[in-house]
Design a protein around this ligand. Structure first.
Ligand code: UD1
Ligand code: PEP
Length: 445
């Protein structure tokens, strides 16, 4: 979907929407299917661009992918991977961050892998040094090319000991997807333990893997000779649920998010309550609403799980512009995730960004040239603006701001939002938002 979105703001979002499986899990479970000797079935799959990109990449590698978009079910059959002729992998350059996770499965199956340059949100440098070090430590040979990377494993992959410098989600998944079929034992210290990773471990266990997770965030994997296909239902997208919750708060709305799940959102819910948002956890989802009283300013630090997730930060900042007093937000996961606040300032928000670590403990970005702390002063009325979507969460945040603002805003580049939010136009309409989409030629959108 592309085009110019016109948003007439000032109307509370009210009604019900449904979230399906997590973008940050579904794409990885799709990659895991490459490790199986037989077909896999994944349910609760959302229709988002990242799923389509990974489906195309899998097809390119010989996997038969059948996606029932309405039912949300993917059938993935990797039987023909060995005989596939992989052409034009560079066409996928910049499409998402997932291709780097193809390395382990392809090395096991084919002995080599070509990985295009990665995409994903531009919220920091996002290097892949941990990934490449991990692959080398398993015995792979990494050859960086002008475009992309070539990886081979002439002597196979052997279990290894790894300690991550930082609990990276992607690097933890890289280790899991490589270790499950490597020879012998792998020990990963300082691993990330996000719920999406736990669900990936569940998938791998269903396939036949042997993986244990200790309380000190050490993961141990005993390599096995063969893995089978899996059947699994994806966990709900806690980032999308949190985004709609923030939208309800910023617009004085009331939104029931069907499918939202409490256990993965505990930290978000605590923060939501501190800000003054109301919620009601039900068996089939969570209702989020603005209770009518003043919202409270807070001190917030993003962190790895079980901390407050960085992807919740941008939508919540919009709600904080409507809270009374000074809120402090310390972004400790990415060095450059406050670029989206420029547009919010243009809409009337009072937000200052700082290089210093404000709020809690010093982080690895302190005393360097990274504007990774923000002070939000509120409440400030927001006014309409013309906006260009910068990235996935930043774009959704701008959309929330436009919905909360008085007047008519115009938003360009909304196709980026489709990367992680399923049918967001339909959901906005279901919540009585006054939005219209005018199709533009691709060049203009
Ligand atoms: C597709 C997907 O699942 N994306 C999520 C995943 O991204 P992703 O897996 O890319 O994020 P990481 O957890 O790896 O990144 C965390 C930090 O580690 C750094 N780092 C990472 C790898 C590396 O080789 N070197 C390095 O320095 C990054 O620059 C960043 O500062 O986890 C992030 C943190 O929860 C989320 O914001 C993203 O939505
Ligand atoms: C940063 C994000 O995603 P990605 O890693 O796919 O860029 C996100 O989902 O907010």
């Amino acid at each position: 979907m592309s085009g110019l979105l016109t948003v007439e703001g000032g109307t509370p979002l009210t009604g019900e929407i449904t979230v399906r499986g997590a973008k940050n899990f579904v794409s990885k479970a799709m990659v895991a299917s490459l490790l199986g000797e037989g077909p896999s079935v994944l349910a609760n799959v959302p229709v988002i661009r990242d799923v389509d990109v990974v489906a195309d990449l899998l097809r390119l590698h010989g996997v038969t992918v059948d996606h029932d978009r309405e039912a949300g079910v993917l059938h993935l059959d990797p039987t023909d991977v060995e005989s596939a002729h992989v052409a034009d992998i560079d066409a996928y350059a910049g499409s998402s961050r997932i291709p780097i996770l193809f390395c382990g499965p392809l090395l096991h199956r084919l002995g080599e892998a070509f990985i295009p340059d990665l995409g994903g949100c531009r919220i920091g440098d996002r290097p892949i040094d941990y990934h490449l070090d991990i692959l080398r430590s398993f015995g792979a040979v990494v050859d960086k090319r002008v475009q992309g990377i070539h990886i081979s494993a002439p002597r196979g992959l052997r279990g290894t000991k790894i300690e991550l410098p930082y609990p990276s989600v992607g690097a933890t998944e890289q280790t899991l997807l490589t270790a499950v079929r490597a020879q012998g034992l792998t020990e990963l210290r300082n691993a990330a333990i996000e719920p999406e990773i736990t669900d990936l471990i569940a998938v791998l266990q269903k396939m036949g893997a042997i993986i244990s997770v200790d309380t000190d965030r050490t993961i141990r994997i005993e390599g096995v000779d063969r893995l089978l296909g899996y059947r699994h239902t994806a966990l709900a997208d806690r980032i999308e649920a949190g985004s709609w919750a923030s939208a309800a708060l910023a617009t004085h709305g009331d939104v029931f998010v069907r499918g939202a799940s409490q256990p993965e959102m505990m930290t978000f819910l605590n923060t939501y309550r501190k800000v003054g948002g109301a919620f009601d956890v039900r068996d089939d989802g969570i209702r989020f609403w603005h209770p009518g009283s003043d919202l409270n300013s807070i001190v917030l630090e993003t962190d790895v799980h079980p901390g407050f997730m960085t992807d919740w930060q941008q939508p919540l900042v919009v709600a904080l512009t409507q809270a009374k007093g000074l809120s402090i937000v310390h972004e400790t996961v990415y060095e450059n995730r406050f670029g989206f606040t420029d547009a919010l300032r243009g809409m009337g928000a009072t937000i200052q960004i700082y290089r210093e670590c404000l709020g809690g403990l010093p982080c690895r970005f302190g005393q360097r040239n990274f504007y990774h702390s923000a002070v939000v002063s509120g409440p400030t009325p927001l006014r309409a603006a013309n906006i260009e979507v910068p990235d996935l969460r930043g774009g959704f945040s701008h959309l929330i701001a436009a919905l909360a603002a008085e007047g008519t805003s115009q938003v360009r580049g909304i196709s980026i939002i489709n990367r992680g939010y399923e049918n967001f136009m339909g959901k906005l309409e279901a919540l009585s938002a006054k939005v219209t989409l005018a199709e533009l030629s691709t060049a203009a959108s």
